[in-house]
Ligand binder design. Sequence first.
Ligand SMILES: C[S@@+](CC[C@H](N)C(=O)[O-])C[C@H]1O[C@@H](n2cnc3c(N)ncnc32)[C@H](O)[C@@H]1O
Length: 233
Amino acid sequence: MTISGNTTFQSGKLAELTLSARKHKNNRFLEAAEEVVNFLDDNIDLSQCNFFEPFAQTGAKHTKQFYQKVKNVEAWEIDKNLEKELRKNLPDATIKICDSIEVISSDNFILDEKFDILAIDAPLNCYGEQEQYCEHFDFFSHIPKLVKDHGVVIFNVITSPFNYKDSPRWKERREAYYDSTETGNMSVDFMVDFYKNKIKELGYNTNFEFTTCREIYKGNEYFHYVVFGIQGV
Ligand SMILES: C[S@@+](CC[C@H](N)C(=O)[O-])C[C@H]1O[C@@H](n2cnc3c(N)ncnc32)[C@H](O)[C@@H]1O
């Protein structure tokens, strides 16, 4: 896979995208996904890429859009009731119904071939039978088991969660993860720097980045895609 240059797409483009987000209704999942796909399509040869989404739901929010562009898709989802629709949306994909975090955390987990693109579309808040998981926090450290030496990682960040005060566990987990007591109102710039460091700790440099707003709540852009091109050090 070839990734052109050291593209930093944040400031000007982000400002432009943010402005356009304001004109949209609250939920701009499909538009934001299209922006991510188009950005990557301009910078890498998607037709040569294997794409993995471990939180696939029915695939309708973004996996389907990647499915139309990439070489192969693998999609995992915990909810058996969604399998039929997931298979319908992604007929040639490899589908697995499982607890992705449990599978990936296992000591025995090893892939024959790692992926070029990993999208981690984990649920917001805490989840799992005992609410043991939170956002992508329990998944992120497993990136090196999944992504090639030269690849792309796409994930969500929540800069200002709504209904936060009703979710004390979520607040606690965020404060621990971001090592901050100010996790109710964070900036996209903070997130980009924070995850650049996290990715470095995992043994990769970042060679490009892209962010765009996915959802607005009461005029507040609280939910964003973050995309990094990564390269093993
Ligand atoms: C935000 S949705 C994903 C949307 C999807 N990526 C798309 O393109 O349409 C999150 C999904 O993660 C699933 N999920 C939650 N916990 C999971 C786990 N431990 N393993 C796998 N899937 C899980 C939920 O059932 C839900 O369908």
